[in-house]
Design a binder for this molecule. Structure first.
Ligand SMILES: [Fe+2]
Length: 466
């Protein structure tokens, strides 16, 4: 029989017994810790207490987190079932707000979804599921300051002895980093990792700080030195290898990048976890911009992307599927995908608006870029470059689009604009070998011999010793 049971934080759950509530706490901890057994814990809870509203709601949440068209349809069915279930058996106000958040998410009203979780957190700041999901949503709405402030608002309510306290520090670190407060981010991130070396999200927050502050060698040591701890997590671990690759790229250690790509980043690509595809496609395009022939690698990615041409969940993710299709030369798949994005941009959802404002132009620009129509790519991509945050993802992830734009400006023979944009990039990435190398080439083409020599020297200083 369903009753109210309180967890150790004082959160009330409608459940058959206290064991279900304890299982839900373990599930929340596993979700925050990116543990591979998270899905199994949820399945077990749904099996042992099928009438527990938060078990069903989390089933819907996790289906939405996968983000494919089929899983989104499944989540909608679960949301409808949950609403009928709550109407029949009742649920407490917090659980009802969770059900409303799932419904809003299924309808694509992402700001409303985040607002509902934030509303839960006013009264229940230790609702870990709401904290973590709000963090995810702010990330994919491209709002770093909300990621930071959402955690800042609840952090004083979490006792340090709480098993999930370290995860709060790590999320705060990432929000700070995405808001440009790198020193504070590093402090919180490192303290989270000290508490729990297996907390991959916190290791990742510090990796972002090292990326933003261009401490490439330190970044390689930070990630590879802790591999035995963080590599126990789910496929998110491949994203940490991706970060390691970004440092190697700037150091010119291209063989290391290709090795990590083949041995790690695409090692489970057929499991269709969207982040694996984002890692792989953006890394291959970067490798090409660093002058590497990536061989037939695009084809394996396109085979996965083909299954997602109808997805309409996250613009950021769809753009990466699209990159795989155009780079592998899959015209039919690419055309279908642009059709999806175009239709999507006419809907009345958060991501549809972002499609219309940024996503569609970016997709068109990428296609021109791939076709060698450099000037046309610039015409599409340049007007949206200051709106790119909207597509979500991290600054480091979105950077591939900024790099592609610069690559196109340079290839379109617009030397003055190329000189300006590479100078701009060097203003915030003064240790980028890629930017110095191309800046030098541009100066050379303009006959600025001294500047070109200086830039070439700066590029070689950043590279690893041969
Ligand atoms: Fe990242």
């Amino acid at each position: 029989m369903l009753k109210n049971h309180d967890d150790s934080c004082g959160l009330s759950f409608t459940a058959s017994n206290i064991q279900s509530v304890e299982s839900f706490q373990r599930l929340t901890t596993a979700y925050m810790g990116l543990l591979p057994e998270t899905g199994d814990l949820l399945k077990e809870l749904c099996r042992s207490d099928p009438d527990m509203p938060m078990a069903l709601c989390t089933k819907g949440y996790f289906a939405k987190l996968i983000g494919s068209a089929s899983h989104s349809a499944r989540a909608k069915g679960i949301s409808d079932q949950l609403n009928r279930h709550i109407a029949a058996i009742g649920a407490n106000p917090r659980e009802q707000q969770h059900a409303a958040a799932l419904a809003a998410w299924c309808e694509g009203r992402l700001e409303e979804t985040a607002r509902l979780w934030e509303s839960i957190l006013l009264e229940y700041p230790r609702d870990g599921m709401a904290v973590r999901l709000a963090h995810f949503m702010h990330f994919y709405i491209g709002d770093g300051r909300q990621m930071r402030d959402s955690i800042a608002r609840v952090l004083p309510r979490w006792p340090e002895r709480h098993v999930d306290y370290g995860f709060m520090l790590g999320m705060y670190a990432f929000g700070l980093e995405e808001s440009g407060e790198v020193a504070q981010a590093e402090k919180y991130g490192r303290s989270a990792v000290m508490r729990n070396p297996r907390d991959a999200w916190s290791v990742h927050a510090v990796a972002h700080v090292l990326e933003m502050t261009e401490r490439h060698q330190e970044g390689i040591e930070w990630i590879s030195g802790r591999e035995k701890d963080w590599s126990t997590v789910n496929n998110f671990r491949f994203h940490l290898y991706w970060h390691q690759c970004l440092y190697h790229l700037e150091r010119g250690e291209l063989d290391s990048v290709l090795r990590l790509y083949d041995e790690q980043i695409v090692s489970d690509i057929e499991s269709e976890f969207y982040l694996d595809m984002c890692n792989a496609t953006s890394l291959l395009w970067r490798l090409e911009m660093f002058g590497v022939d990536v061989g037939a690698r695009w084809h394996r990615l396109a085979a996965v992307a083909k299954n997602h041409v109808d997805d309409a969940d996250l613009v950021f993710v769809s753009l990466h599927y699209y990159m795989a299709l155009i780079c592998a030369g899959d015209r039919e798949g690419a055309e279908r995908m642009v059709g999806t994005i175009r239709e999507w941009s006419r809907l009345e959802t958060t991501q549809a608006r972002i499609c219309g404002e940024v996503g569609l132009a970016l997709a068109q620009g990428l296609k021109y870029a791939r076709n060698g129509e450099h000037a046309k790519a610039v015409v599409k991509m340049e007007p949206v470059r200051y709106a790119l945050d909207q597509i979500g993802g991290s600054k480091a992830q979105r950077d591939v689009f900024h790099m592609i734009l610069l690559d196109m400006v340079q290839s379109s023979q617009d030397a003055l604009k190329a000189r300006a944009l590479f100078a701009e990039r060097l203003g915030h990435k003064p240790h980028s070998s890629w930017a110095w190398k191309h800046y030098g080439n541009i100066l050379d083409a303009l006959g600025e011999d001294d500047g070109a020599k200086d830039a070439a020297m700066r590029a070689s200083e950043v590279m690893a010793p041969a």
